[in-house]
Write a protein that binds this ligand. Structure first.
Ligand SMILES: [Cu+2]
Length: 134
């Protein structure tokens, strides 16, 4: 009985994780960035121009981190949810601070194709990665 239940649980887990593993490899409208050990993963992720995107940023560290997109979200309409602290100025979204073990979701539609870097601008954190819009 116990073994049968374990098998069902495993089958459910494999069925559940399968599509997620595929989604991480293909260009997707819903992607996750993880900040861990003062680095962003993945190094590069891809979004599609004109397609609404959800970008989830998870902070696995005990440190505060910031997600600071350079140019990608200027003048864009960005909806922010989660437990981060977003900052805006006259050009629009500037950055969001993500507390230790926090999570933030940004919803926006990329308008321009190109390669856009993002960083964490907190002192001493040299964290940098990129988003490619195709
Ligand atoms: Cu940081």
């Amino acid at each position: 009985m116990r073994r049968a239940r374990a098998c069902i649980g495993l089958a459910l887990a494999v069925g559940f994780l399968g599509p997620l593993a595929l989604a991480a490899e293909a260009p997707s409208a819903s992607v996750e960035i993880v900040a861990s050990k003062r680095a962003f993963t993945p190094d590069t992720l891809t979004l599609l121009k004109g397609e609404p995107a959800t970008l989830a940023i998870r902070n696995d560290d005990e440190d505060l981190h910031a997600f600071v997109p350079l140019l990608l979200l200027q003048h864009a309409n960005v909806q922010v949810s989660g437990n981060g602290a977003p900052e805006f100025n006259e050009t629009g979204f500037v950055r969001v601070l993500i507390p230790p073990h926090g999570r933030v979701e940004l919803r926006f539609t990329p308008k321009t194709a190109g390669t856009f870097h993002y960083i964490c601008d907190l002192p001493g954190h040299s964290m940098r990665a990129q988003i490619v819009v195709k």
